[in-house]
Every structure is written in C-alpha cells, then in structure tokens.
Unconditional design. Sequence first.
Length: 397
Amino acid sequence: MQTDQTEAVTGRLWTTDLVLNLFISHFMFASYTAMLTIIPLYVIELGGAEWQTGVVVGSFGLLSIPIRQMSGRWITSFGPKRVAIAGTAVLGIATLLHVGAFNVWMIIPVRVVQGIGLAIGPVATATIIAILAPSNRRAEGMAYNGNAIALANLYSPLLAFWLFQEFGSGVAFVYAGLMSLAGTASALGISANRTSMPAEPLSSSSEAAKPPLISRSAMFPTLVFLTYTFTTAPLSTFLPQLAKLKGLGNPGLYYTANSITQMLALPMSGLIADRLGRGSVIVPGLLVVGAAMFLLVVADNMMLFILSGVLNGMGFGMLQPATQSLTVDRSPPRERGTALATLQQAWDVGGSGGAFLVGPLGSVIGIAATFGIAGAGTILGALGYVTYSARSSLRKD
C-alpha cells in the first residue's frame, strides 16, 4: 500500500490503472452524450411540448445533488473503484430502460435513475486521477481524462442521432446503454489497492474523521464552474430544435466540432495550468464559452453553428483540468473525493436545474435567446474569479 501511494508522488503518470480509468470515462460519457441528441427529439416524437423537453432534461438531476455529495463519503468508505462500477452500471441499465417509455412522463423516472449513475461515476474517476497523478502533473492527468470524454463527444452524439433517424429510438437507446456497461467492464479491471484513499491518522472523535458532505474548500471553484455548466442547459434542451428550426443540419456536428477542439485544448491547457496557475486558463476559458453562446443566438448558417461548437470545445478544454485541479489543490488529501463531488454539483445545479429554467423561458423569449443569457453568465463567472483571486492575494500580503 505504501509503495502504491509513493508512486503517485514520484512523477510517474501512465499506469494500467490510469488507462483503464480513461476507458471508464470514455464509455460513460459516450452513453451520456448520445442522449443529448436523441432525448429532445424523442420528447417531441412522443407528442411533448417545448416546456416538457425542459422538464425531461432537467429531471436527470433531480436526485443528483444529494447522491453526488454522498458519493464523496462512499468513495472514502468503499474506494473509488466500487463507486465507479456502481455508477456506470446504474447509468447503463437506466439508459436501456428508456426503450420501455411510451409517453413523455414515463421517461422521467428512468432519467432520474440515469442521473444517479452519472452523479457518482465521474466523481470516482476524477478521484482516481487525483490519487494516481503526481501533484506536479495533476492538471495534465485531468486533461487526459477530459480528452477521453472529448473523444466520446466526437462521435457518440452524431452516431446516436443517425441511429435514431435510421433505425428508431430503441436502437439508439440500446447503443447508449451498452456503452456505459462497457465502462463497468473497464472499472472491474482497476486495482482497488492502488486507487484506495490515502490514510490519515484518526482523531479522537470518529465524526471528525469523516469528510464533510459539502467541502468548503471547493465552494469557490464550484461557483465559478457553475457559470459554465449553466450553458449546458440550453444546449441539452434546445440545440436539436435550434438546428432544425434554422436548418443547421445534424446537431451532432456541433458536438463533433466541440470534441475536436476539446481534444486539442485539453493537453495544452493542463500544462499551462500546472506552470502558470489555474486562473491563466480558467478566465479565458469562460470568456471563450461565452462567445460560443452568443454565436448561437445569431447563427443562421452551418458555418457559424460549427464555429460555436469549436469555441465551446476550446473553452471547456481550458476549464476542465484547471477547475478540477484547483479544487484538489485547495482540499486536504482525505477530503478530495468530497471536494470533487462538491465541484461536480455544478453540473446538477447549472445543467439539470438550469434546464427547468430555460425550458419555460424558451417558450416566452424564444429558444435562441436562452443561449445569450447563458453566455452572459460566463462573463460574470470570469469577473468573479478575477475579483476573488485579487482579494485573496491582498489578504495574503
């Protein structure tokens, strides 16, 4: 055990466990991103209205907030390997159950269960990276994990949309479910010993030895990241409808363009964040995502549509490794699972919670305008980061 933990400090990054962890992230998000292009259209196919699309998309996160926070403690108690197995299995089985949903309201229960799986799986994979990667290569390790996810984004939404159009919703859902279960198979091969949480001396109070449900050290990066995740609400709710309304083509092309630039940006941004500091990529990343959202407001041809995807992927590629690494930097080793769970609450609040907001809002102000509101939020996030960081520096001085 001691040897395994020392190895994560000496500079060695690439191990069998790391590679298997990348496979888990890839297959898990191949399943999730497949749903981005088929769920909104499936709701419409079943006779649902625009506001119901927001409800169905948002229902994904109904139980994610409490479950994700508990996952931090589960990781501490049972290890990230077991939590990764549970998360991918739940996600895969719930995705397959979509085949039996024959009206809009029947989709909601399986979406809720699906959200539980995705609430705990990524916390486990991010924790495994935090354990395996040496501290001076942490953002680089997070970037490789992001690239595994970006690779899924490259083809899965496009393929799922094609399967939906050519063979129907059932085939598309089976494809998405099996991808997540492939992630479960990958998780089974990871070493539980080499990915166990680092031991700390127990205090006199057993309660004090438990990590908190919500990590205070992670609140700042979580609030900043929240301004990004809110942009995913109009994307997951209205992007297929926007593409159809304006004749922009297969919405999966947006995610393909997004993924290509993510894969290019992630390794470089991880290296920059390790060398120049986390803020050197977080602030520009938020501003680039904001520009992508504003482009969707005015996009009336495929070129602008794809350009928005390119900018969005570039911005997220800058944000992902830096915000995760900033969270780990600010948290004690034993609290890292909880801290990363707190950070990923931003997906539930901004993405799923935001979908409940933009669904009805899109019916009032128009679906294109919701992207502009999301873009304005990223500018506030960048300003908030700069302001808080400046104040923290003044306090230290």
